[in-house]
Design a binder for this molecule. Sequence first.
Ligand SMILES: Nc1ncnc2c1ncn2[C@@H]1O[C@H](COP(=O)(O)OP(=O)(O)OP(=O)(O)O)[C@@H](O)[C@H]1O
Ligand SMILES: [Mg+2]
Length: 382
Amino acid sequence: MTMTIYCEPGPDATFPGSAEPAYAVPEPSLLPALLADRPEAQLVVLGPGVPLAEAVAFTTRQRVERPALGVVLLREQVEVTVLAEAMRAGIREVVAAGDRAAVDAACARSLELTRRLNPAAPAAGAQVITVFAGKGGVGKSTVATNLAVTLAAGGRRRVCLVDLDLQFGDVGILLQLPPDRSLADAAAMAGRLDEDAVRSLITPYRPGLDALLAPAGPAEGDQVGRELVTELLSVLAPMYDFIVVDTPPYVSDQVLAALDRTDWFALVVTPDLPALKSARLTLTTFEMLEYPADRRLIVLNRADSEVGLTVADVEKALGQPAAVLMPSSRDVPMSVNRGVPLAADRPAHPVARAIADLAARCGARDDAPARRPMARLFGRRR
Ligand SMILES: Nc1ncnc2c1ncn2[C@@H]1O[C@H](COP(=O)(O)OP(=O)(O)OP(=O)(O)O)[C@@H](O)[C@H]1O
Ligand SMILES: [Mg+2]
């Protein structure tokens, strides 16, 4: 069952497409209340009489509150400036109101995309672990690559490592993978990704472990939007047991998409004040979002650093014990130069053992994944 709402001011507004919408609304301001009542609504078509500013405001809000809802905007004439602003707000398509075929096609595409994105669908398959830190260089990629190797357990589990550091992602370098395929190639398939398409993007690394690499150049990363990441994760989920997401040192649109689908949140922090400050900010945000405390795992990297703060200092400042303590070791950068994560060939190494602890913490499949609209607060700042 699909459900479409048409919004157009005026007494005798008629929908210019073929399928009759379930509701006609004369005022954009009435939409939020109607939508709150109708969780099954999948598409809102805004008529040519809806002012652009209101269309943008409405869509921006829905994008955060209800990312799977599609918004299609009709205009008497489609102008480039309108198009740019609409796309930025997250409006899926802008179509000429007089072009019935185009209206029908846009609505069909949007409904199909919503079907794929639908977060109400049961969370199938993979547990998603997002490795994050609001600061660069604290060890996110080190943790993500080693964690992925550990979880794959020599092929006993299926794991996909996704590099969402789209500008400067280095998973490819850390694992010495050829840069032939990347997330940028997904852009051309947006809206119609399936398992075969996703397989064509994947770079196999070793038994049980595949990687979805960041684009080779920073500019290409721009093509990978938030909806595409959501779509990718929903296609990947049934294919794997775990998806490990490496991230840039800031909350990007793409990171928001991953956070919306995240089961385990590994927050990497080092025992120094700048890293601690950004970790605290991140945790405060999670608290406000009521992200369950037992899903946030603090990875204290370089925990033994002699010039740094003590473990107790860090735990006190964060108000939460560290889930994992990872020591500093020259073997980490040396493993990077060899292109083989420590967890792959030295599982008894203290760093690899810390990662194994982290994997164990994420391994439980007992209770339902706790998915929260993590995007809400970050989204508001944007
Ligand atoms: N426990 C450790 N001991 C020694 N060196 C480490 C350790 N963890 C990370 N490093 C080194 O610190 C550097 C940064 O690590 P990494 O690339 O994992 O951080 P990052 O958070 O992903 O950085 P970026 O924000 O730039 O993506 C690398 O040279 C890495 O080898
Ligand atoms: Mg990194």
